[in-house]
Design a protein around this ligand. Structure first.
Ligand code: DQA
Length: 147
């Protein structure tokens, strides 16, 4: 099974950006780790990052057309992008899995981060475990597909 791991704005700055919140590892490190986890779990994993709303919306359309499951860290789009939400909804209504992930725990941070426009259409959410949030999301997808 194919899984697109899609990352929104500013996540290309991982390792440099607020390391006390997001850690010292980079998006390239995530790509390496995700490939290893995918191989262990029997998933064909591809990691992408963009700062653009239209690009991530397009990738969600691509996931639907390619019948790929999605691990989505929408970053700040989480909190206000109805366009992203509507695109993500097409993934789950197509019967594909979509796991919302966050490195940090947005519920423990500023109040504008407490609301996710994506959560209500996601299969489930993993937040607060750093890079492990992605590993847990991939393992949840593998488990659900095996069930
Ligand atoms: C984030 C949390 C968001 O609130 C923030 O805008 C991000 C990263 C996370 O992974 O913890 O850019 O999605």
């Amino acid at each position: 099974p194919r899984v697109l791991v899609l990352n929104g704005p500013n996540l290309g700055r991982l390792g440099v950006r607020e390391p006390e919140i997001y850690g010292h590892l980079s998006m390239s490190d995530l790509k390496v780790s995700a490939a290893t986890w995918g191989a262990e779990l029997g998933l064909d994993v591809e990691v992408r990052q963009t700062d653009g709303e239209s690009e991530i919306v397009g990738w969600l359309h691509e996931a639907v057309d390619a019948e790929a499951h999605v691990v989505l860290n929408p970053a700040a789009f989480t909190h206000y992008s109805y366009a992203l939400r509507d695109a993500a909804a097409q993934v789950t209504t197509a019967g594909l899995l979509l796991v919302e992930v966050h490195l940090s725990n947005p519920a423990a941070r500023e109040s504008f981060r407490h609301y996710s426009v994506v959560a209500g259409i996601a299969t489930g959410t993993v937040a607060g475990f750093g890079f492990d949030s992605y590993r847990l999301a991939l393992s949840a997808i593998a488990a659900r597909l095996a069930a």
